[in-house]
Ligand binder design. Structure first.
Ligand SMILES: Nc1ncnc2c1ncn2[C@@H]1O[C@H](COP(=O)(O)OP(=O)(O)OP(=O)(O)O)[C@@H](O)[C@H]1O
Ligand SMILES: [Mg+2]
Length: 243
């Protein structure tokens, strides 16, 4: 089993979009048993997968009451793809981790799922706190979506610091240029300056994910956006194989 965190300290950069589309690629293209683990209270991942939030199933109980995560998992309409949903209670997760006092609580919970899943993908909230620290300890690889702007470069530097601070053997980081529009000079320059980084284009097909409540590969499989996520997923698998 390998776990991949989609993370940035900055909001609205495409984390949830990446998490859902990459989880779909893992399950559908690579046929891996995949769990999408939503750590953000807004429950965007479940929405984009077309899964209704179930009010009683709280992510809180996974962390505080020693409930087995397995009992809270919901299946999606796609083969090999399940969701561990979040809800309001996850907002206090940082405090709960403090109270439990276990440095690797999330990593241990993920380890319990090793037999059931080949890949776990964490959709992270844009925070720098105990939750992000726990995610960095649990993840084998950290993906950082970066729209081309000086602010996201700054956010990237903060992520690098956070990952390095998470322990001696910190996970590798893969920055990905997100929402790139090659008609714009600044975007072209960002692309030129970082030739090795994978790219996800700015695309109306990606915006439509929230209307269709489906990953882009389901309704526009030949679009540049769907191809971008498939290529990114291949790059991720390659990086995991090197570990
Ligand atoms: N490549 C893209 N092209 C066009 N629109 C995009 C792209 N990626 C994301 N978006 C849009 O940008 C918005 C923010 O995306 P998303 O919710 O995935 O970001 P986020 O980082 O998870 O945000 P938050 O920090 O609030 O959780 C959404 O409306 C989404 O449809
Ligand atoms: Mg999000």
């Amino acid at each position: 089993m390998a776990s991949i965190a989609i993370y940035s300290v900055k909001g609205g950069v495409g984390k949830t979009t990446f998490a859902v589309n990459l989880a779909w690629c893992a399950a559908t293209i690579s046929r891996r048993k995949t769990l999408l683990w939503d750590l953000d209270a807004s429950n965007g991942s479940g929405f984009l997968l077309g899964i209704d939030p179930k009010k009683k199933r709280t992510a809180k109980s996974v962390f505080s009451a020693d409930r087995e995560p397995k009992k809270l998992i919901q299946s999606s309409q796609y083969a090999n793809l399940d969701l561990l949903p979040a809800d309001e209670s996850i907002r206090t997760l940082g405090r709960q981790f403090d109270r439990i006092g276990k440095k690797k609580r999330l990593a241990k919970l993920a380890d319990q799922l090793t037999k059931e899943y080949d890949r776990i993908i964490f959709d992270c909230p844009p925070v720098l706190n105990e939750v992000s620290t726990q995610v960095m300890r649990a993840a084998d690889l950290v993906i950082v979506p970066l729209p081309p702007s000086p602010l996201s470069t700054r956010a990237f530097e903060q992520v690098v610091d956070e990952v390095r601070g998470s322990g001696k053997s910190h996970p590798p980081i893969l920055p990905v240029l997100s929402m790139i529009d090659m008609r714009r000079t600044l975007h072209r320059e960002a692309r030129e300056a970082n030739r090795k980084w994978p790219v996800i284009p700015a695309a109306s097909a990606i915006e439509r994910c929230a209307v269709e409540c489906k990953p882009v590969g389901e309704f526009a499989p030949r679009s540049p956006a769907a191809r971008g996520f498939a290529q990114l997923w291949t790059a991720i698998e390659r990086k995991l194989a090197k570990k």
